[in-house]
Design a protein around this ligand. Structure first.
Ligand code: GLA
Length: 382
């Protein structure tokens, strides 16, 4: 059993003063290699699931309630299982848990009286999908052994975030947390929700670097981007009714769009193409081409999509100036969080020292480095 899981059983027993042995579930965070802000435009993404995961220890109780405790927040909540359908968002971390319970109840799953002990190793606000990993691990815990289709699980977790937590995110984060594959990335088609396994070349190390900032603008800007993309689709549709999302659009149709929506659409259309090119380059083992596509993606996110920030740009520029770095880009929603970097094996230490020093000098902050080892998706821990 992995170490966090064993540790969690003891912590559960102490916290709930019980000798019952809880089941432990794990759902990973993710880093997206390429295909940013394409998921809600029904295009392509190419994420990997991380070893960093959210763990939930869970067992039934005789209290007739759903009781949850977050070790990260050191806070508890209690819900009446019979009244789960009437729960309202509280505006805090517990919404991700309550939202999943509400969505399960809506799907007809009875919410059983249970104790949940939650311990996440995915840094919060780091752009590595701490919320999706929480939703997916909690969903497995509340299902309590009942079967669910994996796509249905990812969709349900996303709905908890969209409809309960109020964040209009796409499906990428929940999907990769469910479907992640050890040693590989997935190319996900966000329209039909199928995926291809993308084997990554052996001769590369992937490193995520956390800026340790999260600019508050993130939430509103995300909503704005969703609306701007919709505006672009509507402008194109007047001439091409078959275009249902930016996934269907091509660059020639951009003449039909003006202003800000045009810039947003240009990013999405070119980014979808970069995902295809990236997957092809990975298949050939062409690391410099993969790196070039990383940099092109970052450039597009910075200038056309306008979701980068000074800290992300600095880390990307500093990384690509190093001769052993193939490419770097921001990953996730933007406005802080992490960059993802492709580097030559064996150069990790040097990379870390160089970027750490430069970043601290510039911003007075300590960036955090995560070696990325693609891991399996969510499951019960044996
Ligand atoms: C956030 C959202 C995802 C996706 C990314 C951007 O992580 O949760 O659905 O839209 O931003 O690619």
């Amino acid at each position: 059993m992995d170490v966090p899981a064993r540790d969690l059983i003891e912590a559960f027993q102490t916290h709930y003063a019980t000798e019952a042995t809880p089941a432990v579930y794990r759902a990973p965070g993710r880093v997206n290699l390429i295909g940013e802000h394409t998921d809600y435009n029904l295009g392509f993404v190419c994420p990997v699931a991380l070893e960093l995961a959210c763990y939930v220890a869970a067992a039934r109780n005789a209290a007739g309630k759903l009781r949850i405790y977050s070790r990260n927040m050191d806070e508890s909540r209690e819900f009446d299982t019979a009244a789960v359908g009437e729960l309202q968002p509280a505006g805090d971390w517990s919404d991700y848990v309550a939202g999943v319970a509400v969505m399960l109840a809506r799907e007809g799953y009875e919410i059983r009286p249970m104790d949940l002990y939650i311990d996440s190793r995915v840094p919060r606000g780091g752009g590595l999908s701490s919320s999706a990993s929480l939703e997916v691990s909690v969903a497995l815990a509340l299902l309590d052994g009942r079967e669910i289709d994996k796509v249905a699980l990812a969709r349900l977790a996303r709905r908890a975030e969209n409809e309960f937590a109020g964040m209009p995110c796409g499906i990428m984060d929940q999907y990769i947390s469910v479907f992640g594959r050890r040693g590989a990335a997935l190319k996900i088609d966000c329209r039909d929700l199928s995926f291809d396994v993308v084997r990554l070349p052996e001769a590369v190390e992937i490193v995520a670097v956390n800026t340790m900032v999260k600019h508050e603008l993130g939430g509103t800007a995300y909503r704005d981007r969703v609306a701007e993309c919709q505006a672009a689709v509507e402008a194109i549709q007047r001439r091409h009714p078959d275009v249902k999302s930016l996934r269907d659009a091509d660059l020639n149709q951009l003449d039909l769009v003006t202003g800000v929506p045009k810039m947003r659409a240009r990013h999405v259309i070119t980014e979808d193409r970069r995902v295809e090119e990236f997957v092809a380059a990975a298949g050939r083992g062409d690391l410099w081409e993969m790196g070039r596509l990383f940099v092109a993606s970052h450039h597009s996110l910075r200038h056309d999509y306008e979701v980068s920030c000074e800290e992300l740009d600095f880390l990307v520029d500093a990384a690509v100036a190093l001769p052993y770095v193939y490419g770097a880009r921001m990953t996730g929603g933007g406005f802080g969080g992490c960059t993802v970097n492709l580097i030559k094996p064996g150069r990790g230490e040097e990379f870390r020292e160089t970027l750490h020093r430069a970043y601290r000098e510039r911003f007075g902050l300590e960036p955090v480095f995560y070696p990325v080892k693609p891991s399996d998706g969510a499951s019960r821990v044996a």
